[in-house]
Every structure is written in structure tokens, then in C-alpha cells.
Design a binder for this molecule. Structure first.
Ligand code: FES
Length: 149
């Protein structure tokens, strides 16, 4: 059975929980392709528009495959106070993409979060499962080098 069908089989609930289903599809496939909307809607007994509406509303749901590494850049209060906006501008320039986008080489996807629980080392970013503190414009090149191998 294809991965999407397996997820949908487990998500058939009454009443249907569209958001939870889309989160499970994303956890399994890495994103929720627009082409999967009709199948998801059919499995949940809702309309395509219901699913598409939830998919477009929640920015944590991706409709394109993510890059090899997802960078979750923190824009929480502590990180903003420590200069996160300058670091973010530097990382966007270095990667050639903005928040919500994936680099052309599909290596990095840049997303925002609001606190990684590492405020003492602000500004912070999470790359994959690794949390990094003191993410400053001058340290970005070395940090990203680790993930370009
Ligand atoms: S606000 Fe960024 S880690 Fe807490």
C-alpha cells in the first residue's frame, strides 16, 4: 500500500480531522502535494475545498518537497532582541532564498519558528535536529559548511 494510502487509512475519524491528517501526511511524505488533495478529501469524507482551505491556511504545511536540510530560524522575542533579524537577512542573502523557500540546489529550506527553548544563546536556529546558538552573520558561513558535505 502506498505511504499516502497508509496514512489516510489511519486518519479516517468521525468527525474528520483535516489538520491532523495533513500533519501526518507531511510527517510521512515530507510535504503535502496539491495532487493528493482529492484523495485526502475522499478518505475523510469532506470536499477538496475543505482540504485545500486548511492546507493553504497553515503555514507549517508545505506543498513542495523540502530541501535536504530544513533551517528553522528563530524569531522569538529573545532572539529578536539579540539581533535575529540581521542574522536572518545574512542567511537569506547567503542562501539566495527567503523564509518559506528552498534553495535552488534543494539543499536548504528556510522556515521560521518562535522559540527553540535556547534563549540564553540567542539568536538561534535549528538545522535538521540540531539546535545552534549565537547564529551571527559572521558565523553563518562556517555553520552552513557543516551541512554542505
Ligand atoms: S526566542 Fe529564540 S530560542 Fe527562545
Amino acid at each position: 500500500m502506498p505511504p499516502l494510502a497508509q496514512v489516510l487509512e489511519r486518519c479516517a475519524t468521525t468527525p474528520p480531522n483535516i489538520l491532523a491528517t495533513l500533519q501526518k501526511v507531511q510527517a510521512t511524505l515530507g510535504y503535502v502535494p496539491h495532487t493528493a488533495v482529492p484523495e485526502i478529501a475522499h478518505a475523510l469524507g469532506v470536499t477538496d475545498s475543505d482540504v485545500a482551505g486548511v492546507l493553504s491556511f497553515y503555514h507549517d504545511l508545505r506543498t513542495e518537497p523540502p530541501g535536504k536540510h530544513t533551517i528553522r530560524f528563530c524569531l522569538g522575542e529573545s532572539c529578536l532582541a539579540a539581533g535575529a533579524e540581521k542574522s536572518l537577512a545574512a542567511i537569506e542573502k547567503k542562501l539566495g532564498c527567503e523564509l518559506g523557500e528552498t534553495t535552488k540546489d534543494k539543499r536548504f529550506t528556510l522556515e521560521k519558528v518562535y522559540c527553540l527553548g535556547n534563549c540564553a544563546l540567542s539568536p538561534c536556529a535549528m538545522i535538521g535536529e540540531d539546535v545552534h546558538g549565537r547564529v551571527l552573520p559572521k558565523t553563518l558561513a562556517d555553520l552552513l559548511k557543516e551541512y554542505k558535505k
